[in-house]
Design a protein around this ligand. Structure first.
Ligand code: HEM
Length: 522
């Protein structure tokens, strides 16, 4: 007989539940919770008949349920309210994720976050930032990411405002003077102690959202477009632009590539010519694949000028038009095609030396590639975690999927790849904390090229393996394999943004050969 354990939760015996097993009077048990699906059954996306099966109707359907649905299905309010009680003297084993929680799935977290393991690199402030920021990502960013990745809308202003309040935007530009005097993430880390490991944490935590287009829409344009202003802009320009961007009032993007040319700067066709009085630039041309371009208010633009190449900050206004480009990830990224038609820009907006602006671009490449590497490696880890869960819960031929040797072989490769990439990343990051920016350019450009090449290549291998493990679900946009489908569809972005793999590998080898000692012989 049903007993009332408190005002809202009834308890039932398994026997009682088993009496409700027909169309119109249908109960099931999932993880000790009792659901009345009598009315829902007709609306069930998987159909009515499967619910009337004798192993399901009135029975404990935990195993079969988790073989077919993600846990999040039961957490949705529309479905959660189908629960009418729990089993007497039993409690749930499968607990809902708690915001900020650390995964206990083996290899679901980097070693430094895994209970019982050690790392020489991470101090208390790193751990405090990780803890606070993960909670923020889970509670604030993740729900917005899922909604916008689907709708294609840019991130919500309420998220930007909260990020600004906690100075997350400023932290994403890495350590430096721009953090002075700011309260970072409610004070968990002091500006003067903020280093590249803190920044790595932000990059890696945010990539757990599993929404690649939104991830770039989450102000990636700022990460690559603002440093030229920060490092090469006049004091007056910085005073105006930086607070607006960090404060989330205006967005910025980096506009270099064109349909005509990418990193081949000599081939760019966008021009900037001076007015007769020398007070303005007149900018004409087009730019393509510009992340955050559709909603940016500022554009850091690479232009051909009379004697070379110059970087100019253009503000959205007369003559600037942006159009969305459809790519294989969501338009939440704001990827744009931009036209500049006789746009008048004050010469004070010039960033760095006139006609010698290549240095402005090159100076940020290493940092940009390192950021992408952080993201690529952490996304790979999420795929490892998804696969670990799936192979454990999915049954084939009456046994868990992981009992197949070929599946274990694939997992071995995935784990080895992500662990080696993370260990290398931590080493490179440590070097960054010890070197000046100039030393980094000289000594780490090649290493960063290599690690990005390695990370994005292994990411693609892992994506392909994950699809094989998930089968049809790995190519289905909803349900069990939805993160795998998304990852597999969008993984290529990382391998192209910031330089194609072969180009980066080649850069690394050329740098190494340049440093070969003259007396080296076999
Ligand atoms: C409270 C109970 C249940 C709820 C709220 C529910 C909800 C859903 C939802 C939302 C989907 C769409 C796929 C997704 O987004 O994951 C689905 C699919 C499905 N459900 Fe259920 N379901 C329930 C119980 C069951 C049970 C007990 C079975 C047992 C056979 C079942 C069998 C299926 C099947 C076969 C599919 C299609 C799966 C696929 O396309 O891969 N469902 N269900």
């Amino acid at each position: 007989m049903a007993t009332q354990s408190n005002t809202s939760t009834k308890t039932f015996t398994r026997d009682e539940v088993s009496k409700h097993r027909t169309k119109g009077d249908l109960w099931i048990i999932i993880d000790s919770k009792v659901y009345d699906i009598s009315r829902f059954a007709n609306l069930h996306p998987g159909g009515l008949n499967v619910l009337l099966d004798e192993e399901v109707a009135g029975q404990d359907a935990t195993k079969i349920f988790f073989g077919l649905h993600r846990h999040e299905v039961l957490l949705k309010p529309a479905y959660a309210r189908l629960q009418i009680g729990t089993l007497q003297d039993e409690s749930p084993v499968i607990l809902a994720p708690i915001p900020g929680q650390i995964s206990t799935v083996p290899y679901g977290e980097p070693t430094w976050l895994t209970n019982g393991y050690y790392s020489p690199y991470f101090k208390e402030s790193h751990r405090a930032l990780q803890k606070a920021f993960r909670k923020f990502v889970d509670e604030v960013i993740y729900p917005d990411a899922q909604a916008c990745e689907e709708s294609g809308k840019r991130l919500s202003q309420s998220v930007v405002d909260l990020m600004a309040e906690k100075n997350i935007n400023a932290m994403r530009l890495g350590p430096g003077k721009h953090l002075k005097g700011l309260t970072l993430m409610d004070g968990v880390v002091q500006p003067e102690e903020f280093d590249y490991f803190h920044e790595m944490i932000l990059n890696q935590e945010v990539s757990r959202i599993g929404a690649r287009g939104y991830g770039d829409g989450l102000l990636a344009g700022m990460v690559i477009g603002l440093p030229p202003v920060l490092n090469f802009g006049s004091e007056e320009l910085k005073r105006k632009v930086i607070p607006e961007v960090f404060g989330g009032k205006k967005f910025i993007c980096l506009a270099i590539s064109e349909a005509f040319a990418g990193s081949d700067v000599a081939g760019l066709k966008t021009t900037a010519t001076k007015t007769e009085d020398g007070k303005h630039w007149i900018v004409n041309g087009t730019k393509k694949w510009i992340t955050n371009g559709t909603f940016a208010g500022y554009f850091t633009v690479g232009c051909r000028t009379e004697g070379g190449f110059t970087v100019i900050l253009v503000e959205r206004g007369e003559g600037v038009e942006t159009m969305p480009i459809k790519t294989s990830y969501s338009s939440a990224a704001g990827t744009a095609y931009i036209t500049f038609d006789n746009v008048k820009v004050p010469v004070e907006n010039t960033l760095g030396p006139e006609d010698a602006g290549l240095i402005v671009m090159l100076s940020n490449f290493n940092h940009e590639r390192w950021v992408m590497t952080c993201v690529s490696i952490r996304s790979q880890r999420m795929v490892v975690e998804e696969c670990m869960k799936w192979v454990n819960q999915r049954e084939v031929f009456g046994r868990p999927l992981v009992s197949q040797a070929v599946i274990r072989h694939k997992l071995a490769g995935m784990i080895a790849r992500v662990e080696s990439a993370q260990a290398w990343l931590e080493n490179v990051t440590y070097q960054m904390t010890k070197m000046s920016y100039k030393q980094q350019s000289a000594k780490l450009a090649g290493q960063i090229g290599f690690i990005k090449m390695y990370a994005t290549r292994t990411a693609q291998e892992t994506a392909a393996d994950a699809v094989q493990i998930f089968g049809g679900r790995g190519i289905t946009k909803t349900g069990m394999g939805r993160f795998i489908e998304h990852y597999h569809r969008t993984v290529t972005f990382d391998s192209l943004l910031g330089g194609a793999e072969d180009v980066l590998g080649d850069l690394g080898v050329r740098q190494a050969i340049k440093q070969m000692p003259k007396n080296a012989r076999l």
